[in-house]
Write a protein that binds this ligand. Structure first.
Ligand code: HEC
Ligand SMILES: [Cu+2]
Length: 492
């Protein structure tokens, strides 16, 4: 469980920072009058220094690299600690040395004589050699642990396809878990290699990979495995990466459109996701909890709204989660009128982009950029690569089990702030899995969800007309939206 900033802490910290800045301002007050040129800057400098100081006092912030919650992030933090010390020493020497020397050697106004030039010196061999060699030695020294650290961070588990993997289709869970991360404008897709065949290639081992419409291809020709349609044996989810705590999860990162960067600061550093390439990376969380992150490579319109969420569950919770995710979505019964109406609306309006795997999927004709979306039979899934957002829309099969949606910018549940760290993730998650959407704090955030479905581009800058993002649905009535939300809430 993530520990948290509580109110008392904040108060103490603020008091501390105020005290700090008071003493700092008095020091500045003594120094500054002696530097007349800086006098006018005094206030600005003070405000700036204060702002920096106060911002540094934030504790337990979800994007804080210096509060590692897993071995990888810890390694980075440990590497940084001594470097901070070295940097601080260099900073103090250089800055205060310069200021000190300037003040010491300053000509006093009463001594000032226009013709009295200071002694002219040209070069100082010893000093120059010294300040060339010293930084070089320093950087060389720092580079050793840095390079070793980079190598260590590159290390992944042994090839999961060669041995056992964490989650086998037959229910055996032994080796490590392998997840493919696909960045796209402006959300994340996660594919779990459940049958341990190395992702989505050659699912049944006959040398063919299956594309949309059942089109096969030679495995050797597969430059990268993105054009392969969803395989029922594996798991595709979106926006929330669920992992077991205390285990190293290997990731293979790529992108469908532009370069993004995957970053969950409390678990590991950043790694770019580049179209056409696969980068490896890994995550490990010491404890169960929610760890948030942000896309850190500018990727267009809604880059700022491309967040990520990773939830670490205890081993048992994770197994239960996985079993649930591997199940099909239920087709609602006609007697449940509202849900049934929502299901019908979903089939008609949403299935052209979104997948809800209820066991009745078939692939429709490829969609061509710039052309009208084809009318599809209910239950037909469009070919993945040509679906929207340069490839696809989030898989919604178990939508209601996620705690966040839309690039993790919204919380799914009323009364829960997606930015709030202080939630019992296990409980939160269990409730969403076991009971659907119970009353109380864990109610489905219907208002936000309705607003999203009615007009997603209004919530998050997108360009659906250019196949980037989700279109608005002005034709849907308030009642339609209620029905759609009622249906989505059953996808647990
Ligand atoms: C033209 C393709 C397209 C259609 C049609 C479409 N969507 Fe979407 N939808 C998207 C894309 C793309 C996203 C991801 C947007 C983002 O977060 O940046 C999305 C996101 C969502 C999400 C959030 C999912 C998550 O896990 O983050 C929900 C819920 C959703 N859509 C519901 C619907 C419903 C309901 C309909 C039918 C009324 C619908 N969508 C129709 C493309 C589409
Ligand atoms: Cu991005």
């Amino acid at each position: 469980m993530s520990t948290n900033v509580n109110d008392t802490n904040v108060t103490i910290d603020q008091t501390r920072s105020t005290l700090h800045s008071v003493s700092m301002s008095t020091t500045l007050g003594k120094v500054m009058p002696r530097i007349p040129a800086l006098m006018s800057l005094k206030k600005t400098a003070l405000v700036g220094a204060l702002a920096l100081l106060v911002s540094a006092c934030a504790e337990d912030k979800p994007l804080n690299t210096f509060e590692p919650r897993g071995p990888r992030a810890e390694a980075i933090d440990k590497l940084m600690q001594p470097i901070w010390v070295i940097m601080a020493i260099v900073f103090v020497l250089v800055v205060f040395g310069t200021i000190g020397l300037a003040m010491k050697n300053r000509v006093k106004p009463e001594d000032y004589d226009e013709d009295d030039l200071p002694e002219q010196v040209h070069g100082n061999f010893k000093l120059e050699i010294g300040w060339t060699i010293a930084p070089a030695v320093l950087l060389a020294a720092i580079s050793i642990p840095t390079v070793v650290g980079i190598w260590e961070l590159e290390e992944t588990n042994s090839d999961p396809a060669a041995g056992e993997c964490r989650a086998n289709a037959d229910g055996a869970r032994s080796g490590e878990l392998d997840v493919m991360v696909i960045g796209q404008q402006w959300w994340w897709e996660y594919r779990y290699d459940i049958d341990c065949d190395g992702f989505f290639e050659d699912v049944d081992g006959d040398g063919e990979i299956y594309g949309p419409n059942g089109a096969g291809g030679d495995l050797d020709d597969a430059e990268w495995p993105l054009n392969i349609a969803l395989d029922d044996d594996d798991l595709v989810i979106a926006n929330q990466l669920v992992i077991p705590a205390g285990e190293q999860i290997d990731l293979e990162l790529t992108s469908r459109d532009v370069i993004h960067s995957f970053w969950i600061p409390r678990l590991n550093g950043k790694r770019d996701t580049v179209p056409g390439r696969i980068h490896t990376w890994s995550l490990e969380a010491d404890e169960p909890g929610e760890y948030t992150g942000w896309c850190t490579e500018y990727c267009g319109l809604s880059h700022a709204r491309m967040r990520m969420s990773s939830v670490a569950l205890s081993g048992e919770e994770f197994d239960a989660w996985l079993d649930n995710q591997l199940g099909l979505a239920e087709v609602p019964s006609e007697s449940d009128e509202e849900v049934w109406a929502g299901y019908q609306l979903f089939q008609a309006n949403c299935m052209s982009c979104h997948v809800v795997n209820d066991g009745n999927l078939s692939y429709g004709p490829p969609v061509v950029e710039g052309e009208e979306l084809p009318d599809l039979e209910p239950g037909t899934v469009k070919d993945f690569e040509s679906a929207l957002t340069a490839g696809a829309a989030p898989n919604l099969t178990h939508f209601a089990t996620r705690t966040v949606f839309a690039g993790a910018i919204y919380s799914q549940y009323a009364g829960i702030d997606a930015d709030d760290d202080n939630i019992d993730v296990g409980e939160y998650f269990e409730l969403s899995v076991d009971d659907g959407n119970p009353d109380g704090d864990y109610r489905l955030n219907a208002a936000i969800l309705k607003r999203w479905i009615a007009n997603a581009p209004d919530q998050k800058a997108m360009a659906p007309e250019d196949l980037r993002g989700m279109p608005a649905f002005p034709a849907l009535s308030e009642e339609d939206l209620d029905h759609l939300v009622a249906y989505l809430a059953t996808l647990d």
